[in-house]
Design a protein. Structure first.
Length: 740
């Protein structure tokens, strides 16, 4: 008789080398997420008295994009004991033969003494070793995902190898290293090489969830209906007090936003999502359209009153409350949206009733801890994933200052939206999870610091968040660690020490955000040594509208294009960077070179006759076709416009090696494809030429270079820009010369 010991294998014990290979594809951030979320999932499973291995939990988290509730539902689904298919057989009386066999087995040891090892070699071949019948363990309910992954990777690698071997590719690589020809202003811009593809998140791409024949995961809860009170993207928020905001950009289908990470480039994905998101709340906004409450004038055209805006602005200035827009930046999940939700709740800008409603809805989605974040994260995609995608905007006022919050996404895939937010801000709030300092520094904490400075934000309040969750809670040593680690990064990026403030706080519990901490207890050091976040914000506000700025020609970058109301079918929003505008003005739109008339202006949701530099406003336009308006375009003084140009000389600080290469150029909301066609020289800190015509500019070096955009853009000398390639930032800098 062949006895087989029955061993209960854990799946973990049985995985093959493929899985190690697959692990190599996880980024540090992914591993971080696993470390944080796996125990949460395990705890929920244990509550339901279910067990799953780490690997199974990680697989589920990966499939459901870190969504704990879906992962738990999925795992529960695979583990819920199925109802017994067959009823237990009644014990049958044993046959005589069976009884005899049993007795023999008990009494006699049939094989004792049989000399198996002494068998003659000729007979050995007759003994056929029999493998025990065991099932190969399968991951996540039936199919080996990792086997599939490995197989797909092998195929991809083979395909990539054969593609690289083609002469076209080889020539393209050589050309990139060679010195490209100079492009003339009137020539067609260099076409972007076909070969340029952004790296995708390989692992995700190669295993789109969910797979067959996995058990059907719990269907996600129905999409949360957008709140009628809010509108979907940043500048819908500007209109939140205008109940007639309807997006007109319905070019992108809603299903485009369902997988924002799919393809082909992170930056392109962001742009598509942003577009699609505009459509998602259309129904809600159409409902708003039925409202009679309108701020904008109803007549088709408005005659300019010919106001002396500069004079009025100067006279009113001493009476006006200062205003400031701050962008909230930091690594994903460090608590930015939650902190802003708390700030709005405790300043009375959002009611406790609203928060309770969000709490209820969030709990139903299994995301109770995100209730405060829902104040800022209004998109259904954002709420389901618990990840901010687009800039969210909210106004609130204190006795001393009118604030505009620009809540930026922390995820690396949405960096372009973070850039758009930072380019409209006067100051930044950098949120740092005190418990995950390292991952943040390696991730977007570091990158956001650099980008915010590159966008012109020179004052920063560092909110050291989640101190309620340190070990021990409210550890002063943890705060000091954060200060010691972040200060050098800020200094290296050009922040002056007097423009940097640190605030220890907990957004979730509301400690030291608006309400000061108690002077008693373990956290008394906070009240003794630090101001609240709100106090620091108020103290950081500096005038952003000087007479020189207001007197200059009008310049405003379009951040959003939308339907303002039934009577305002075409509206744009953005921040006026220089000059002023009043109703009845004719403005020039660049690069389309089309004129439009301003028939209404809103600032903070209130109708106004005029607006000036430094204000984020909405302009209702007429006498222009929508096709001439795109996010990133420039609204100019019709008599003194910015010319559109394709060729620029730029001064850059390299964050990565730069070659003559295809790049993505970001200027606020403008996202333009182009190429660095020549490296002119490397320069030192004083701007003196170090080396002419370098072949490469290394990370940390400064250089001047020629930049050619694929299409003309209204960019002037002095404009700050950020250069990205393959989804990461490679340089920051500014335009020295436009055109020519
Ligand atoms: N313990 C604790 N948890 C917090 C605190 N602030 C936020 N969280 C939790 O951290 C998680 C992420 O919070 P979010 O506000 O969505 O983070 P975020 O930085 O806005 O994320 P993105 O916008 O997607 O980059 C949520 O589960 C919050 O409940 C805090 O002060 N203490």
């Amino acid at each position: 008789m062949h006895r087989v010991k029955k061993v209960e294998y854990e799946d973990d014990d049985l995985y093959s080398g493929e899985e190690e290979e697959a692990d190599a594809e996880y980024t540090a951030e992914d591993r971080d997420n696993f470390a944080t979320l796996t125990p949460v999932v395990r705890a929920e499973l244990e509550e339901a008295r279910l067990h799953a291995s780490d690997r199974e939990i990680e697989e589920a988290l990966w499939h459901y994009y870190w969504d704990v509730s879906k992962s738990v539902a999925y795992l529960k689904n695979t583990r819920t004991p199925r109802p017994a298919q067959r009823t237990e057989k009644k014990e049958q009386p044993k046959s005589k033969f069976d009884q005899a066999v049993q007795k023999s087995a008990e009494k006699a040891d049939w094989f004792r003494g049989i000399p198996w090892s002494d068998l003659p070699p000729a007979q050995l071949g007759l003994i056929v070793p029999c493998e025990p019948v065991t099932h190969r363990p399968m991951m996540l309910g039936g199919s080996s995902k990792l086997a599939k992954l490995a197989e797909e990777r092998r195929k991809k690698a083979a395909a990539a190898q054969s593609a690289q071997a083609t002469p076209d590719k080889a020539l393209a690589s050589l050309e990139r290293l060679g010195r490209p020809r100079e492009a003339n202003e009137n020539e067609a811009p260099l076409s972007r090489p076909d070969t340029k593809k952004y790296p995708l998140r390989k692992r995700k791409e190669s295993s789109p969830p969910p797979r067959e024949p996995s058990p059907t995961p719990q269907t996600p809860p129905a999409e949360v209906q957008p709140s009628l009170r809010t509108s979907p993207t940043a500048f819908g928020r500007v209109l939140s007090t205008n109940p007639a905001a309807v997006r007109i950009n319905n070019a992108a289908a809603l299903d485009e936003m369902l997988d924002p990470f799919a393809d082909p480039s992170p930056d392109d994905a962001v742009l598509r999502i942003t577009k699609a998101k505009n459509t998602s709340n259309e129904l809600a906004n159409k409902t708003k359209d039925l409202s009679l409450e309108q701020h904008a004038p109803s007549q088709a055209n408005v005659k300019s009153k010919g106001l002396d805006v500069l004079k009025i602005w100067t006279e009113e200035k001493p009476k006006r409350k200062p205003s400031a827009a701050f962008v909230v930046i930091g690594h994903v999940d460090h608590g930015k949206s939650t902190l802003m939700g708390r700030l709005l709740l405790d300043t009375g800008a959002v009611s406790q009733r609203d928060i309770d409603r969000y709490k209820k809805q969030a709990t139903e989605l299994g995301k109770a801890s995100f209730a405060l974040a829902w104040v800022m994260d209004t998109g259904s995609e954002e709420r389901e994933r618990g990840v901010t995608v687009d800039i969210a905007q909210f106004h609130f006022s204190t006795d001393h200052v009118d604030f505009t919050i620009l809540d930026a996404p922390g995820h690396r895939d949405f960096i372009p939206n973070m850039i758009a937010g930072a380019s409209m801000a006067d100051l930044a709030v950098l949120v740092i999870d005190a418990n995950h300092l390292e991952s943040g520094i390696k991730g977007q904490t570091g990158e956001h610091i650099v980008l915010a400075k590159a966008c012109g934000v020179s004052r920063i309040v560092v909110a050291v968040n989640k101190l309620d969750a340190t070990n021990p809670p409210w550890s002063e040593a943890v705060l000091q660690d954060v200060v010691a680690s972040i200060t050098p990064l800020l200094t290296a990026s050009g922040y002056k020490p007097e423009n940097v403030r640190f605030v220890p706080c907990s957004g979730l519990n509301g400690q030291n955000v608006v309400k000061a901490m108690s002077k008693k207890g373990d956290a008394s050091w906070v009240a003794e040594g630090y101001r609240t976040l709100l106090e620091e914000l108020e103290s950081c506000v500096a005038p952003h509208d000087t007479e020189e700025m207001v007197r200059a020609p009008l310049r405003m970058q379009i951040a959003d294009v939308f339907r303002g109301s039934v009577t305002n079918p075409l509206s744009i929003a953005g921040r006026i960077t220089s000059g002023h505008v009043q109703t009845g003005d004719t403005v020039l739109l660049q690069p389309s070179n089309e004129r439009a008339m301003v028939r209404g202006i809103e600032v903070g949701g209130n109708g106004q006759e005029w607006a000036v530099a430094g204000q984020i406003c909405t302009l209702h336009l007429t006498e222009v076709d929508q096709q001439h308006l795109r996010a990133g375009d420039c609204v100019c003084d019709a008599k003194n416009p910015t010319p559109a140009a394709k060729n620029f000389v730029v001064q850059l600080t390299a964050l990565d090696s730069i070659l003559p290469q295809a790049v993505d150029v970001h200027v606020g909301r403008l996202h333009a494809a182009g190429s660095i066609t020549a490296l002119i020289s490397t320069i030192d800190d004083a701007g003196e030429v170090e080396r002419k015509k370098p072949r490469v500019v290394k990370a940390g070096q400064k250089a001047t270079a020629r930049l050619v955009l694929d299409a003309g853009a209204a960019l002037e000398a002095g404009t700050r820009l950020i250069i990205r390639a393959n989804g990461s930032t490679i340089a920051v800098g500014e335009i020295i010369r436009a055109g020519g």
